[in-house]
Design a binder for this molecule. Structure first.
Ligand SMILES: *[C@@H]1O[C@H](CO)[C@@H](O)[C@H](O)[C@H]1NC(C)=O
Ligand SMILES: *[C@@H]1O[C@H](CO)[C@@H](O)[C@H](O)[C@H]1NC(C)=O
Ligand SMILES: *[C@@H]1O[C@H](CO)[C@@H](O)[C@H](O)[C@H]1NC(C)=O
Ligand SMILES: *[C@@H]1O[C@H](CO)[C@@H](O)[C@H](O)[C@H]1NC(C)=O
Ligand SMILES: *[C@@H]1O[C@H](CO)[C@@H](O)[C@H](O)[C@H]1NC(C)=O
Length: 387
């Protein structure tokens, strides 16, 4: 559910980033749009503005790429390609500032044209003092008590060779040490991995990369404002057992059918687990108490919380083969139901019993995978691009 939430956030951000606004025609260029990505950069750092190529009104702007010109609004001079000592130059669809200065703030217009057509896009650039880095921090969100990662954004123009990427990370201006077990910094990765996110991890993170260019080493700084969200407020229970839709039992045999529920990081007490027979309470359907709900067990395995409620058959009877059993797990954030049936065991199928440990192992592995996938899904939403 939180995965979906972040996908939604991402979509919203992406859509707004590429929404184009038609403004009045300028000179002989019939098509003028404003790119909604606003670049916020720090004084003295390298910056690359890119002329966006969104497909708009079914036209393919990328087809116009070879003829791109750049100029700053209010200046009639086209920014040229690089020569000896230029600080700002155009190269392909990119406009380089090495380094950018406060006075570079403004609107830059890139024009793409061919012999018959012309399109212009305005791009806003705001350059801030280095001390104002927090004002332009990239927002990122992680869930507490699970692993997660912070991503150092917008680096790839300066690190075309990703394998050589090397970053320094800081939390609230203090360097994160390599030997800190809670953080993992991998060479060649723009991520700071946290083995387990704590509420106290909230704050400002800074990643720094050096960018050597023709004998001068520049520094690229990105500041991230990390917010932590309590995952337990979002989690819904997951039934991990019974895994199969039917369970075999011999007539007259005793049987225990556990319903095992993963409640993850939410507390046990928040989750209700119960068995139903024909969509009714077991004690109502089985007035003689031949089939009863057993004692609720609250289990912690590898730091993860589970609840187990067994359905106990004193002796399996034929009517049980025609009864729908359902395990129902719910908390205030959601619920899950798992219907299951009891089947008459065919004679001579004692291998079934041998299979039980294997089945259990599968269930456990399945449960772990499910949990991992769940985390991974949430991972996708970390990096929210600055708009
Ligand atoms: C471009 O500059 C002119 C005058 O300098 C100003 O009136 C106009 O609003 C600017 N356009 C944008 C998109 O900022
Ligand atoms: C670039 O623009 C010129 C006119 O300004 C045009 O003659 C030429 O065909 C264009 N080149 C491409 C590749 O579109
Ligand atoms: C110029 O670009 C427009 C838009 O991509 C395209 O429709 C048109 O065919 C192009 N003209 C030439 C001469 O390439
Ligand atoms: C990228 O970096 C690796 C290791 O540093 C190096 O072997 C490789 O040649 C580099 N590739 C490019 C395209 O620079
Ligand atoms: C549950 O419903 C089925 C079909 O409606 C019925 O045959 C069966 O006897 C019911 N089970 C019990 C325990 O009453």
């Amino acid at each position: 559910m939180h995965g979906l939430f972040f996908v939604l956030v991402m979509c919203t951000v992406r859509v707004s980033a590429f929404r184009l606004h038609q403004v009045k025609n300028i000179e002989n260029c019939p098509d003028h749009t404003v790119f909604f990505k606003h670049y916020y950069e720090l004084h003295g750092e390298p910056v690359v503005l890119k002329c966006p190529s969104p497909r708009y009104k079914h036209m393919d702007f990328s087809a116009l790429t070879p003829n791109i010109t750049w100029y700053k609004n209010g200046s009639n001079t086209v920014i040229s390609g690089r020569d000896e000592d230029s600080r700002i130059w155009a190269k392909g669809n990119a406009l380089w500032f090495l380094p950018v200065m406060l006075e570079d703030s403004g609107v830059y217009i890139c024009t793409k044209r061919n012999s018959s057509y012309c399109a212009e896009v305005s791009i806003h650039l705001t350059v801030m003092e280095k001390t104002a880095a927090r004002e332009i921090a990239y927002p990122q969100v992680l869930f507490t008590f699970t692993s997660g990662k912070i991503v150092c954004p917008d680096l790839w123009d300066f690190a075309p060779n990703r394998t050589s990427l090397e970053l320094k990370w800081y939390k609230d201006a203090l360097p994160l040490e390599d030997d800190n077990e809670r953080f993992i910094i991998l060479k060649g990765s723009a991520s700071l991995i946290m083995t387990s996110v704590l509420p106290t991890d909230m704050g400002y993170y800074t990643c720094k990369m050096s960018f050597p260019f023709e004998g001068v080493t520049y520094e690229i700084t990105r500041t991230i404002q990390l917010e932590t969200v309590e995952q337990e407020k979002r989690i819904t229970p997951i039934i991990v057992y019974p895994a199969q839709k039917t369970t075999s039992a011999a007539l007259g045999s005793k049987m225990t059918l556990p319903c095992k529920v993963f409640v993850g990081l939410s507390s046990h007490f928040q989750t209700d687990v119960e068995w139903l027979a024909n969509d009714t309470s077991v004690d109502v359907v089985y007035k003689q108490s031949r089939v009863t709900e057993g004692e609720r067990l609250e289990i912690v395995e590898n730091g993860e919380n589970f609840i187990e409620v067994p359905l106990i058959f004193d002796s399996v009877e034929e009517v049980d083969f025609y009864t729908d059993f359902t395990c129902l797990a719910q908390n205030r954030y959601g619920y899950q139901v798992l219907p299951t049936r009891v089947e008459q065991e065919a004679v001579g199928l004692s291998w079934y019993i041998a299979m039980i440990p294997v089945a259990l192992a599968c269930v456990i592995v399945g449960g772990i995978c499910m949990h991992k996938c769940w985390n991974r899904r949430a991972d996708k939403g970390y990096s929210v691009p600055k708009v």
